[in-house]
Design a protein around this ligand. Structure first.
Ligand SMILES: *Cc1c(COP(=O)(O)O)cnc(C)c1O
Length: 389
């Protein structure tokens, strides 16, 4: 069969994602990239390699995923890890004891735990700041700061980071600027356009998209960082296995379809929640009243599918969680199934209670990850659960 090569073609994102990997196996023409379930690779002769030696260093299935991710992000190289936290941990090995890193204050709970309990004890100081406020970030500047780690859209309050201002500050200070863009994906926001050097993802969420695989991704903007990350990925070894790489790649093929449907559904659910008397507050950046709405319209291409809302006094939190029938009471987000999460005891349990309240994470707050179901079914489900709670 004639050689097809997607790499040399200028293609829209939907096109190259749908066909990701279909040009890999010239010998058989396999449309789905094969799962190279092998630990090691034979060498043709001394000093010669097929390009693959040992799967910690590189594996063909993982490589196709990594190349697809890099292209999606507009970076020079992508790296796939065993989980989002494994990806972040590996990136933080770019820093040395004595360095400080300014980080978003309302981080994903697991990232907060990694920073406070694992990375800080090794001598890297993390400085939590409200990164949606550039003045607060400027106030934290000191000579030991070497990096800035920001969630582009925070969890669960959905604050929008001021990426243009943060990127300019990071550049002026010579910091390594890292953006966790899990909630928006490169389809809805491109951190490299605003000065980010590295993006990180929990690919467990939207990139994989089916609640069936744990994975992490790191993309880098320049070749010097790509070399450092390639070294660290191999040296630390928290890599994604071939089968899991294949699952993420398959998920990626429908990323655009899924994300747009999830956003459409989220806009409908959020608008309905706003009008519900049993709901006190709704946080969704697609609502014009949301504090980050205008900023996200200016820098991004979409609002995503995560909503958080606070129920009114007198509504029983336990009842809401036990009465939902379509929404699944579970942690995680970004999959095709709609989930309801209770952040104060699930995702954010590791954050000190006083700090939690300061961030707006009360014990009346729920987070919804909107899936691809019918929006009317989702609304009817919330209606019956709230009415009886
Ligand atoms: C889930 C999540 C992570 C951690 O990813 P895992 O794949 O669960 O290790 C990191 N950042 C954000 C924003 C997340 O939502």
């Amino acid at each position: 069969m004639p050689k097809r090569n997607l790499k040399d073609q200028k293609l829209a994102v939907e096109t190259f994602l749908a066909q990701a990997g279909s040009d890999w196996d010239e010998r058989t023409g396999a449309v789905a990239v094969p799962i190279y379930q092998t630990a090691t690779f034979g060498h043709p002769q001394l000093g010669k390699s097929t390009g693959f030696d040992y799967s910690r260093s590189s594996n063909p299935t993982r490589l196709v995923l990594e190349e697809t991710l890099a292209r999606l992000e507009g970076g020079v190289r992508g790296f796939a890890f065993a989980s989002g936290l494994a990806a972040i941990d590996t990136v933080f090995r770019l820093f040395s004891p004595g360095d400080s890193v300014i980080v978003t204050e309302d981080l994903y709970g697991g990232t907060h735990r990694l920073f406070e309990k694992v990375i800080a004890p090794h001598g890297i100081k993390v400085i939590p700041v409200d990164t949606s406020d550039i003045h607060a970030v400027r106030a934290a500047v000191n000579p030991s700061v070497k990096g800035l780690f920001v969630e582009s859209l925070t969890n669960p309050m959905l604050r929008v980071a001021d990426l243009p201002a943060l990127g300019a500050l990071a550049k002026a200070q010579g910091w390594t600027f890292i953006v966790d863009n899990t909630f928006l994906t490169p389809l809805f926001l491109k951190p490299f356009d605003f000065g980010a050097d590295i993006t990180v993802y929990s690919a467990t969420k939207y990139l994989g998209g089916h609640n069936d695989v744990l994975a992490g991704a790191v993309m880098v903007k320049d070749h010097a960082l790509a070399e450092k990350l390639a070294f660290l990925q191999n040296a630390v070894g928290a890599v994604l296995g071939p089968h899991d790489a294949w699952l993420v790649l398959r998920g990626l093929k429908t990323l655009s379809l899924r994300l747009h449907r999830q956003e459409q559904n989220a806009l409908r659910v959020a608008a309905w929640l706003v009008k519900n008397p049993r709901v006190k507050a709704v946080h969704y950046p697609g609502l014009s009243a949301h504090p980050g709405h205008a900023r996200l319209v200016a820098i991004g291409k979409g609002f995503g599918g995560i909503i958080s809302f606070e129920v009114a006094d007198g509504v029983s939190v336990e009842d809401v969680l036990s009465r939902v029938r379509v929404f699944i009471f579970a942690e995680s987000l970004g999959g095709v199934e709609s989930l309801i999460t209770y952040p104060s005891v699930q995702t954010h349990a590791d954050i000190d209670p006083a700090q939690r309240l300061k961030l707006g994470i009360s014990d009346r707050l729920f987070r919804l990850s909107i899936g691809i179901e019918d929006a009317d079914d989702l609304i009817a489900d919330l209606q019956q659960a709230l009415e009886q709670a």
